[in-house]
Write a protein of this length. Structure first.
Length: 303
């Protein structure tokens, strides 16, 4: 009996140790060690206009803005969300972003610095939408001091480029915003895992690059094939959302061949997350068995 108790206690200790996850901070922009990059320019930071002074300073720390002279700072408000993604001009803006330009060919990397506070949008969803909008070769860090869906961060990214004189295609920005809406709607209302939604969108884009569909019917066929291969079931209404979205992309002649490597990176990232979930599901099952074993043990003593 003592041996059994010892095994149970050892398992509980292992479980407690496994729960101690490291805190991940924003990616560094290198300005503190290497100075300002005179070729690419300084990072751009866009703060949500609703932030209090204390919250803004918290976000500044989260995004590792150590010297405000080494970044360009802007603010995004409700009117910006109305202008850029046709949102509500009375929206309260909390999520903030830092964009660090990279050399051509480096690709796009998105980091959600406060994952517990960005509740609806995953980094893969951001990456997919930004590639659709035409944003490439940058490190994008997203942070919020309070729980938000994360939609306004996309507005901040658009404003950052606009403020620096980089004009993104308005139609592509509009479709990218719609893509983010569709992605979060499928995850929230249709019960599809957020990572699965990201994988679906990425795989459809990769297939569009491979097939270069010329008609809406061909788009529909690609979507149906990807839904089947990924074992995702959607209502006819949700399936139509995808068809309409990717038909708009097709009409804009977005060349996803140019961002194939980034699409592959998104796929790898999603599969890594899904793999982690599989591992933790096994851990959860194991812990349930431990709890049941403890229950049975004490029942045998006191029952």
């Amino acid at each position: 009996m003592l041996k059994r108790i010892g095994l149970i206690m050892m398992a509980l200790v292992i479980w407690a140790g496994a729960g101690l996850t490291p805190i991940v901070s924003a990616s560094t922009d290198g300005t503190s060690d290497q100075g300002i990059n005179e070729k690419l320019g300084v990072p751009i930071v866009v703060y949500g206009d609703t932030l209090t002074d204390a919250q803004e300073e918290e976000v500044r720390n989260l995004l590792e803005v150590e010297n405000r002279k080494n970044v360009d700072e802007f603010y995004v408000d409700g009117q910006d969300i109305a202008n850029y993604i046709n949102g509500n001009p009375n929206s309260r803006m909390f999520s903030s972003v830092k964009i660090t330009p990279q050399e051509q060919g480096e690709g796009l990397k998105v980091n959600i610095v406060t994952p517990d506070n960005i509740t609806a949008v995953t980094k893969e969803m951001y990456a997919n939408a930004l590639l659709t909008a035409g944003v490439e070769d940058a490190i994008v860090d997203v942070a919020s001091p309070v729980k938000v869906t994360g939609h306004s961060a996309l507005t901040g990214i658009y404003k950052a480029y606009d403020s620096k004189g980089v004009k993104l295609d308005e139609e592509r920005m509009e479709v990218a915003s719609e893509e983010l809406d569709v992605a979060t709607e499928l995850a929230e209302k249709s019960g599809v895992d957020k990572e699965k939604v990201s994988e679906l969108l990425t795989e459809i884009k990769k297939e569009m690059a491979a097939q270069n569909p010329a008609t809406k019917e061909e788009i529909e066929q690609i979507i149906n094939e990807k839904l089947q291969s990924l074992n995702i079931e959607l209502s006819e209404q949700d399936r139509q959302l995808l068809i309409n979205l990717f038909e708009k992309m097709r009409a804009l002649n977005i060349n996803f061949d140019q961002v194939q490597r980034q699409l592959e990176d998104i796929t790898s990232s999603v599969k890594e997350v899904l793999g982690d979930k599989g591992f933790w599901q096994k851990v959860s099952t194991f812990l349930q068995r431990i709890v049941q074993a403890l229950s049975d043990f004490f029942t045998s003593i006191f029952g």
